[in-house]
Design a protein around this ligand. Structure first.
Ligand SMILES: CC(C)(COP(=O)(O)OP(=O)(O)OC[C@H]1O[C@@H](n2cnc3c(N)ncnc32)[C@H](O)[C@@H]1OP(=O)(O)O)[C@@H](O)C(=O)NCCC(=O)NCCS
Length: 173
């Protein structure tokens, strides 16, 4: 059974293990972190999520005592009732076992039911078909494509912003 617990400092080194290459790090965090990921960046990130009131919720997904993934619901705007999912990563040795789907369903439900949001957005690299398929299955729709938004070595990657409205989520339930 998959459990979700707020990200805690002892789990931070795991995110370094899960970021073995610059391209993999870019895939799950965009230009937010720089390679190699290190504890200094992660401590700054962790501190930025500990505001009161919270502007972000970050969870570790656990399966049978093992951390298997990380996901954030950030950019919380209570007035606009919006938030943005980011830093979605499953332990690269455990892909394709349903963890990503479970993490996304948990966070979307938390956003719409607990936080009473109206809209949730996310960003995804345009060739990340596994992630795009997962998001589309949950009802997310591609809204805009941003060209050359992520620099990787000498090249640039594009990303989509995808959006899910509460109405669409309820209609599909
Ligand atoms: C994207 C990611 C979060 C998905 O997590 P996961 O645990 O592997 O996903 P799931 O097992 O829940 O499967 C998700 C869907 O992708 C599908 N899928 C698997 N491999 C695929 C591939 N190569 N191409 C397209 N779809 C694929 C699965 O079949 C499943 O769809 P289905 O249920 O309709 O069959 C995970 O692979 C990951 O961490 N990737 C690297 C980082 C990343 O890309 N993060 C997303 C940032 S936006």
């Amino acid at each position: 059974m998959i459990e979700f617990r707020p990200l805690a400092p002892p789990e931070l080194p795991r995110l370094i293990e899960w970021s073995p290459t610059p391209t993999f790090l870019m895939l799950w965090s965009g230009p937010f972190f720089s390679f190699p990921l290190d504890m200094a960046q992660l401590k700054t990130y962790f501190a930025s999520t500990q505001t009161d009131p919270p502007i972000a919720h970050v969870w570790t997904a656990w399966d049978g005592g093992d951390p298997v993934g990380n996901i954030e619901l950030g950019n919380l705007d209570k007035r606009k009732k919006t938030a943005h999912i980011s830093r979605v990563v499953v332990d690269p040795t455990r892909n394709g076992r349903g963890y990503g789907g479970a993490m996304m369903r948990f966070v979307v439900e938390f956003g719409f039911k607990t936080l009473q949001l109206d809209t949730i957005t996310l960003g995804v690299i345009d060739f990340n078909l596994r992630a795009i398929r997962l998001y589309e299955r949950l009802g997310f729709v591609k809204e805009a494509r941003y060209r050359d938004s992520c620099q990787v070595g000498a090249g640039y990657w594009n990303h989509y912003v995808m959006r899910l409205t509460r109405q669409r989520w309820e209609d599909r339930a």
